[in-house]
Design a protein around this ligand. Sequence first.
Ligand code: CA
Length: 242
Amino acid sequence: MASVLVVEDDQFVRSALIRHLSEASHTVRSVGTALEALREVAHFRFDVVILDLGLPDLDGGEALKMLRSITDVPVIIATARDDESEIVRLLNDGADDYLTKPFSVEHLSARMAAVLRRSRAAGAEAPPPGVLRVGGLSIDPLRRTAELDGAGLDLTRREFDLLAFLAGRPGVVVARKELLAEVWQQSYGDDQTIDVHLSWLRRKLGETAARPRYLHTLRGVGVKLQPPPDTPGAAPLAEPSA
Ligand code: CA
């Protein structure tokens, strides 16, 4: 399972990609312009970006260069143009792979798997992750500091671990069992432990369970952290395909 950003202005292609990737258990966000894509990668961590070359606002090559100036995320170019010299140029400019439209789901899956394998192998030796940003939240795992709208948060060790873990996968519902395993390093335990820490964390974020902003509890399912709609990076997901 991977976190995927689909950058595609064609509603039909975009919906099909979202559907197929979601069916393959990937987490998908999607945007239709290069500038939205830049905003997304500045606020969220993705495992791979699928970038359409023909976008309405920026030429795909320009979009790729701008993406590369802010992130090392693997990029697979999806192009309708079958122009070898352009493809070579894009690969030199930092694309990790490319697909010529129309492509099959199987082809896309295979290319994605290969790109993810390479980046995960490289990631094993990579330095620790940088600062995580979700809306107005900024969390520095190395310094173990967190800020909300520029003001420092005074968090306990566990609250920090909980916040950092959720911020690493914004918008993804994390099951309590997974939180216990990842944050508490316990294979079993009491849901109440999590609830208590969540409620302390909520208070420090200035919100309540009844009026959540960042922390959302889905009864019987889990918890997710996501940017409130009025903050940067809170672009809505594309509407599900018809
Ligand atoms: Ca297009």
